[in-house]
Each structure stands twice: as C-alpha cells, then as structure tokens.
Design a protein around this ligand. Structure first.
Ligand code: NAP
Length: 390
C-alpha cells in the first residue's frame, strides 16, 4: 500500500536493481515496495543463497529468476557491472563483503544490516528525518560513482519518524522507549516459527522452539540479541547510538527496553519524552498531523489506537495515546504509543525511499517537508565514496 504522504519520483531512466537476500523477510518486502511505488525498474536481479537459486519472483508484471550470489572472488569479476542499485537484505557479515565491491563497481548501495551504521563515512538515513544528506550526495555525485547508505535499525526508524516532529518543536533531551517487537524482526525463520507454533497449538501437537529457543506463542521475552556487560542488549544500544547519530546530537539520552511479542509483523513502541522547551498537547498533535510518514490513530472515545495489525503492510507509522506526562515539569514531558511495519518502513520502504531521493530529478524527492537542517545542532557529515575509496 502506498501512503498518502509518500511519493514516487521520476527517474531519468529505468534502473537495474539487484536485491541481495531477495528471498528473505526484508528482500521479499523490497520486491513488494518496488511494485507498489511504480519504481522506475528496468531490470530486477534478485539474488540469494544457492538454496534459492532458480526460484521465480514476480515484480511489475514480470517474472525474474533468483540468482545464486557467487563467492566473493567471483563478485569482483564484473558481477555488479551495470547494476545501478544494490539493496542489501542479508547478514552483517555478508554485507561487509558485498557492499564495498558493489560501491567500487559504481552502484548505489543501501544496506539494511548494522555493518556500516556507525561508520562515520556512511550516511545513516531516514528520509523524513535527515534526507538532506541524500540531497547533498545527489548534487555532488558524479556519474558512475558508487555510494553507500546505511538503513537504520527498524525500531530506530519507527521511533524517529514519530518523534522527530516533536524534537523539531520542543527539542527532545531524553527518550524512554519500550518496544514490542514482532517475530518477523528476526527474519523469515522467526516468523515461520511463530506460525508453526500456532498451527501446532491448534492441533494439540507439541511445538518446536528451535529458532528463538523458547515459545514465541503466548509469550513475551527479552530481545534475542546479545546482552553486553552494562546489561543492555544490542537492540537497546542501537536505539541510543543511532538516534544520536541521526539527530547529530550526542547529548540526547535514550533508555530502551526491547522485547519480542507474539506478533507476526509490525513493531509497537511505548515512548516517553523529556522536552527542553515547554509545549502543549495540541501543538504536538499539530506537528504530528503535518509530519510525513505519520498517521494519527488516537480516538479516545472509541479506544482506537495504534496496533500492529493496523500497521501491517502500511507505509505510515501509526501514532496515538498522545498525552502530556504530569510527572514531568509542565509542558516538558509527553507519552505516546506507535505501531509501524518494521519490514516496510523499518527496512524495505526506507531503503527504496533513499534510492528514490538519490536518483530523483525533483528537488523534494522521497519527500521530507523539513529535514535535519531544522534540527538543533545539525550538520552534514556524509562521504559519497569515489569508486575506489571503499
Ligand atoms: N526482519 C526485519 O524486520 C529487519 C528489519 C531491519 C533490518 N533487518 C536486517 O535485514 C537483513 C535481512 O534480514 P531478514 O529479516 O530479511 O533475514 P532473513 O529473512 O533471514 O533473510 C535472509 C536472506 O539472506 C539470504 N542469504 C543468506 N545467506 C546467504 C548467502 N550466503 N548468499 C546469499 N544470500 C544469502 C537468504 O537467502 P536464502 O533464502 O537462499 O537462504 C535470504 O534471502 C539483516 O541484516 C537484518 O538484520 C531486518
């Protein structure tokens, strides 16, 4: 589904697009997004492991064979020649191998893994938030010059689409986030395991718990990423570090608690903000109403608020339960709840929007009304690598 706010933009010519990891949860969603946005697709090159080679995927009314991604030695022998865009939807380790080779071959590369998110020379971009970094690249990039952009973590993307309009209004100094993350956030195997547990339960059969190591069905458990010495897991750390990087503000505090819930797709987040400047609930509502990528679902009378079922398959992040926090000084605290499709805006859609904005011939491609330049302390630190720089 294409959101009311999002927009596709004309490109000078149809593009050759490779999706690496095209058979996974994010890769499949990328194909769906290319279809839905009338993306200027010339040729699609879906790639995955040997397991998937020969499968057929449909996009824009045509069938495309899934190719096996060859070993890295073979990748250097012209694999990416003539590929305008490489969308990476594979593990961090594989992305670290593939991305530099594709950049060197002159492709625009958008990586969904965490491999390059904290690399200062790789822009970390949510178009609605700091899309001006892409505009800077678009205007300075030479023809045939490769370029790498990192897609932020899915929970970070969803949070910042919802919170940045409030940050622009009153400057957020602290954000407390509790996530309710879907099984598909761990990939297609995580989603399949939850589905199979539901089927087994309905038939009275024993469940398998091999993927998460515990039941997903009827359960809530701490996020399945490594817990560090400070007690924070990787997902919680990403919310802090990536928020600071995207807002270009190392002083903003983020306290996160990330858990999995028995939901197939779309993450939810409970967010409490501390604001530097006092503001009002109505000013916050107005800011969110006018924000790109946000849809208010906040009907107190009907008890209708964001739910992952409502957000699934949607481009927009649903935001509701907006209320001032009376435990903080007046006008300086607000709470809200969001639900957003982490496979779509949290991954595939964000990546495609990045490409659209980089290749667009229009000024406001990918569409943020105001971007990082409106944030306190913003600045552009991007580097678009020449073809030999990676
Ligand atoms: N799931 C999310 O909500 C989400 C959100 C944001 C970011 N991400 C990130 O996006 C990336 C992909 O995640 P995912 O959830 O889509 O994972 P996934 O469902 O497990 O899919 C993994 C993909 O990688 C392919 N692959 C695995 N080994 C390969 C190899 N040696 N050569 C070529 N392809 C290989 C798989 O192909 P086969 O099918 O052939 O095995 C599959 O297409 C990860 O870095 C993840 O952290 C995920």
């Amino acid at each position: 589904m294409v959101s009311m706010h999002s927009s596709s933009h004309a490109s000078p010519r149809p593009l050759t697009v490779a999706i690496i990891g095209a058979t996974g949860a994010v890769g499949k969603e990328m194909i769906a997004v290319l279809e839905d946005r009338v993306f200027p697709l010339g040729t699609l090159r879906p790639m995955a492991s040997r397991r998937s080679a020969g499968q057929v995927v449909q996009c824009q009314g045509r069938s495309w064979f899934v190719e096996e991604l060859p070993p890295s030695e073979a990748m250097t022998q012209g694999l990416f020649d003539g590929i305008d865009v490489v969308l990476l939807a594979v593990s961090k380790d594989l992305a670290q191998v593939v991305a530099p080779l594709a950049v060197r071959a002159g492709s625009i590369v958008v990586d969904n893994s965490s491999a390059f998110r904290m690399d200062p020379s790789t822009p970390l971009v949510v178009p609605e938030v700091n899309g001006d970094l892409l505009d800077a690249i678009r205007t300075t990039r030479r023809a045939g010059e490769g370029c790498l952009i990192a897609n932020p973590n899915c929970s970070t993307i969803l949070a910042l689409v919802a919170v940045t309009p409030i940050h622009r209004l009153a400057r957020v100094t602290r954000m407390v986030v509790s996530t309710y993350q879907a099984a598909s956030g761990a990939g297609i195997d995580g989603m399949n395991e939850l589905e199979s547990q539901a089927h087994s339960f309905s038939r009275g059969e024993p469940w398998t718990t091999s993927f998460f190591g515990r039941p997903s069905l009827f359960n809530v458990f701490s996020h399945d990423s490594a817990v560090g010495a400070d007690g924070a897991n990787e997902e919680e750390r990403k919310l802090l570090l990536e928020t600071q990087r995207i807002w270009n503000d190392s002083t903003v505090g983020v306290s996160a608690t990330c858990v999995r819930v028995p939901v197939l797709r779309a993450h939810s987040e409970s967010i409490n903000l501390t604001l530097e400047r006092p503001t009002t609930e109505s000013a916050i509502r107005l800011a969110l109403e006018n924000a790109l990528g946000v849809e208010l679902v906040d009907d107190r009378a009907a008890n209708r608020f964001p739910e992952p079922r409502l957000a699934s398959g949607r481009d927009n992040v649903l935001v509701g339960r907006i209320r001032m926090d009376s435990s903080q000084p007046e006008g300086r605290g607000v709470s809200l709840f969001l639900a957003g499709d982490q496979l779509r805006k949290g991954a595939a859609l964000n990546a495609v929007q990045i490409v659209e904005r980089l290749v667009s011939t229009t000024q406001e491609a990918g569409g943020a009304k105001s971007t990082l330049s409106a944030l306190p302390g913003s600045g552009c630190r991007h580097k678009c690598s020449p073809t030999s720089a990676m």
